[in-house]
Design a binder for this molecule. Structure first.
Ligand code: S3P
Length: 170
């Protein structure tokens, strides 16, 4: 039974923001995987990458996915790289309505390029981000619906997601 909404998508597409709106609207608990990693490790994302490396970050991320994918009635806002691990996606799909958020590259660049807490985006050029996005594109295809957040408000994105989610429950 599908009981969760799972937000996937590239950095800067609005997963955490829209996750908060969905959580308020539906009264479902929000689990933001990045925030959960920070809470568990007692360190910021860029510190974890610097001190322990990406491999360690991915291990913590996967263990969180393993736990939260078994829960019901939650909104799961995933870090952009969660989809790199096929097992993560498989687990999330068991109870999750998978939504992929998108945005055009100029918008993504504006939202993330100067963010010192995003180790894979901070200080990168637009071309670097486009290359990473191209690499990831295929991995995001596992979603049931795609929402482009470039020109819409988080509340509008949330409306579309809730409508589509409710249809799966009729
Ligand atoms: C990452 C995305 C980030 C965060 C980490 C790695 C990625 O999350 O998990 O910096 O590999 O795309 P956001 O998508 O919330 O920025």
């Amino acid at each position: 039974m599908i009981s969760n909404i799972v937000l996937i998508g590239f950095m800067g597409t609005g997963k955490s923001t829209i996750g908060r709106v969905l959580s308020q609207r539906l009264g479902y608990r929000l689990i933001d995987t990045d925030a959960e990693i920070v809470r568990r490790c007692g360190r910021e994302i860029h510190e974890i990458f610097n001190e322990k490396g990406e491999k360690y970050f991915r291990e913590v991320e996967s263990s969180i996915i393993d736990e939260v994918s078994k829960t019901d009635n939650v909104i799961i806002a995933c870090g952009g790289g969660v989809v790199k691990n096929r097992d993560n996606v498989r687990k999330l799909k068991e109870k999750g309505f998978i939504v992929c958020l998108k945005a055009d590259i100029d918008t993504i660049y504006k939202r993330v390029a100067y963010d010192g807490n995003r180790p894979l985006a901070g200080g990168k050029t637009k071309k670097d981000l486009q290359d990473l996005l191209n690499e990831r594109e295929k991995l995001y295809e596992s979603a049931y619906i795609f929402i482009d957040t470039t020109d819409i408000k988080p509340s509008e994105a949330a409306d579309s997601i809730i409508n589509a989610f409710m249809k799966t429950r009729q």
